[in-house]
Design a protein around this ligand. Structure first.
Ligand code: XIL
Length: 316
């Protein structure tokens, strides 16, 4: 029977992938599904390439855990997505409350992005260089980067990443871009102005954190709008959560929801791939973040394939 990455490739996509957190790799069942050669053609480090993990204090870089993910991807023959360079969250306090001048913060960003991207030079298909720059209403998130540098931090980060690895694809990634509306429009304007200014930008990542029964019906339209700017797109963090425990009917709806997301990506040739934000309910981030919710992944917590697995295959 068909498998996820095999089906994605048969549909003309580059990959079907998953987030992986370092701690999960001590689970041999987890590791063997991840590396079975047919379901996952791509991995993203769930945490270990983030700023707090890679530069916990200024100028002091640690890549031990990130390297574990990169090396595993290599030995499994999987593409790697880098996640991420600049984000307001999981940002060490020396940055978030550093009180840096504009010129100092600019150089902190340049050093961080060029060092991290440079460390993985040649190993990363695409990098989420900037993560979650917008509020849901399409205004800029007023984090330390925006407050100190206005919108210029985006180009600073992209330029630093480009000079560190000229062949990796540079993405901006966010959630709630999957619906036509203010936030998607804000991303469209940003990428369009970066393009006009000649700033390197190759892709837009749509995270895809959905709720069962509420998957966007305008996803394909947004993907087409973004692709029309001259960039590629990807679904970078797909999961579809629900109140737990999930009923049989809910799991059937979830399967349809997965199918619809995949079908939207399939229909847009420059939608290069889909990544789930972990493949098993055992390690999903959802229950820790959304109280009372979970069951968001295609495998359950005991590694049984849920109806969602077949939904993904149907979508491709
Ligand atoms: C999540 C991780 O999965 C969790 O382990 C961590 O505690 C918090 O971050 N959007 C993103 C991801 O871009 O980096 C987040 O990952 C999930 C939401």
């Amino acid at each position: 029977s068909a498998q996820l990455n095999t089906a994605a490739k048969a549909a003309g996509k580059l990959y079907f992938g998953t987030a992986v957190d370092n701690g999960d790799l001590s689970d041999s069942t987890y590791k063997s599904i991840l590396g079975n050669g047919v379901d996952f053609g791509q991995v993203t480090a769930a945490n270990s390439m983030k700023w707090d993990a890679t530069e916990p204090s200024r100028g002091s870089f640690t890549f031990t855990n990130g390297d574990v993910i990169a090396n595993l991807a290599k030995s499994n023959g999987q593409l790697l997505r880098g996640h991420n360079c600049v984000w307001y969250n999981q940002l060490p306090s020396w940055v978030s409350s550093g009180g840096f001048s504009a010129s100092t913060l600019q150089s902190v960003i340049t050093t961080h992005c060029s060092t991290v991207v440079g460390h993985y030079k040649g190993q990363v298909y695409s990098w989420d260089v900037v993560n979650e720059p917008f509020n849901d209403d399409g205004t800029w998130r007023t984090d330390v980067f925006y407050n100190t540098l206005n919108t210029s931090y985006v180009a600073t980060a992209l330029n630093a990443a480009k000079s560190a690895d000229s062949s990796t694809k540079l993405y901006i990634n966010d959630y709630n871009l999957e619906y036509t509306g203010s936030k998607a429009t804000a991303m469209e304007s940003l990428v369009s102005s970066l393009k006009s200014a000649g700033t390197p930008i190759d892709g837009i990542g749509l995270q895809g954190h959905f709720i069962v029964g509420q998957v966007s019906t305008s996803l394909q339209s947004v993907l087409n709008t973004f692709v029309g700017l001259g960039v590629e797109v990807a679904i970078t963090e797909l999961d579809i959560r629900t109140t737990v425990p999930a009923s049989t009917a809910t799991l059937a709806q979830q399967s349809t929801d997965y199918q619809n997301v995949i079908a939207a990506c399939k229909a847009v040739s420059k939608c290069v791939g889909v990544t789930v934000w972990d493949f098993t309910d055992k390690y999903s981030w959802v229950p820790n973040t959304f109280s009372g919710q979970g069951a968001a992944c295609p495998w359950d917590a005991s590694y049984n394939k849920k109806p969602a697995y077949q939904g993904i295959l149907n979508g491709f």
